[in-house]
Design a protein around this ligand. Structure first.
Ligand code: UT7
Length: 330
């Protein structure tokens, strides 16, 4: 009997813009300090897009790198799925723009909106296409320009975010034991008010709609999101350990959404996970939402912290609320 088709990560890539923004820059205009930001979040600096950078241009550069790593030509890609909350435009999708920039031909391309879980949600869509046999080379991109929705008068939020893009190429594998074992997705729309990014379509929702006031930029209830993030990160790692046991694997590296080192440390401490088993690069890039997990994954692979045959766990959580994980053997 034929084995069911399983999808595998064939290559990864990432892109960060060149402008480095250290914590001290915020202290020039806000009542904050490098010391507060470092000790309360772990962030030292982040990158900001230049005038010519957009989610689509950065996503394209990350995608090119992932395609090169996978040895796949743009003409051989047969689906593009992009996670972003900062699309260049509401229409067309960022995935369509990336498709055009890469000259992939008239393959399907669409965006997935799941905030910081956007990349893992997009990966789950790609995984389903590959498993179903309807796509053989899927480009999955997470890309954000959060500096363009940051309120630079709000010290509670603007210091957290950065701009970046990450991408993977997914395709089928015959290799037993390798590939995507399990993807778990969750959402709780009843807690939507905890993180919001406005749209031009409804810039000022009416009172009573359950939204925060003066909604022009990204708004967040940091304290509540912090509690949610620690709880879900722990829950998803615990669940993945069980999933791992069921497929006879051990997690070598956890690649969590990068937002606050205290969130990651709290989960690690409770679960007795050593720091070397986790990728942390938020000190350099801050929270890059849907780009965060593929950016950290690409770094983990390129620095040799994980490689072929290693089992890794991608974990993300954010606006929606959404939370998600992917257990993968590279
Ligand atoms: O990607 C989506 C997921 N997002 C997250 O996971 C974000 C999760 N939340 C966090 O990372 C943290 O809650 C923050 C970094 C946003 C805030 O850290 P905190 O330790 O939870 O601080 P807090 O909100 O409890 O605020 C403590 C104090 C407040 O002052 P008062 O009211 O005690 O006088 C804040 O106004 O810290 C103040 N504060 C700051 N002070 C200096 C908040 N931001 C700053 C700042 N500089 N940048």
């Amino acid at each position: 009997m034929n084995r069911p088709t399983v999808s595998k990560i064939l290559g990864t890539g990432s892109f960060v813009p060149s402008r480095v923004v250290p914590n001290d820059e915020f202290a020039q205009t806000l009542d904050t300090s490098d010391e507060w930001i470092r000790t309360r979040t772990g962030i030292r600096e982040r990158r900001y897009a230049g005038p010519a950078d957009t989610s689509a241009t950065m996503g394209t550069l990350a995608a090119r790198e992932a395609l090169a790593a996978a040895g796949v030509k743009p003409a051989d890609v047969d689906l593009i799925v992009c996670g972003t909350v900062t699309p260049d435009m509401v229409c067309p999708s960022t995935a369509c723009l990336i498709q055009a920039y890469l000259e992939c031909g008239t393959i399907p391309a669409f965006d997935v909106g799941a905030a910081c879980s956007g990349f893992v949600y997009a990966l789950s869509v790609a995984d389903q296409y590959v498993r179903a046999g309807t796509a053989r080379r899927v480009l999955v991109v997470g890309t954000e320009v959060l500096s363009r929705v940051s309120d630079f008068t709000d010290r509670n939020t603007c210091i957290l975010f950065g701009d970046a893009a990450g991408a993977v190429v997914l395709g089928p594998t015959d290799d037993p034991g390798r590939g995507v074992h399990q993807i778990r997705l969750y959402a709780d729309g009843s807690r939507q008010e905890l993180i919001q990014v406005p749209s031009m379509v409804t810039p000022n929702p009416p009172p009573g709609a359950g939204v925060l006031p003066n909604l022009r930029y990204l708004r967040m209830n940091g304290r509540e999101v912090f509690k949610f993030a620690v709880t879900k990160l722990k829950e998803m790692i615990g669940q993945a350990r069980e999933d791992c046991g069921a497929v006879g694997k051990r997690i070598k590296l956890i690649v969590p959404h990068q937002v606050n080192v205290r969130i990651i440390d709290a989960a690690l401490e409770d679960l007795a996970i050593p720091p070397e088993a986790v990728v942390v690069n938020l000190d350099k890039y801050g929270n890059t939402s849907a780009a965060s997990v593929p950016l950290a994954l690409d770094e983990g692979i390129r620095t040799g912290r994980c490689g072929p045959g290693d089992t890794i766990l991608l974990v993300a959580f954010g606006g929606g609320l959404t939370w998600s994980s992917a257990l993968v053997t590279l």
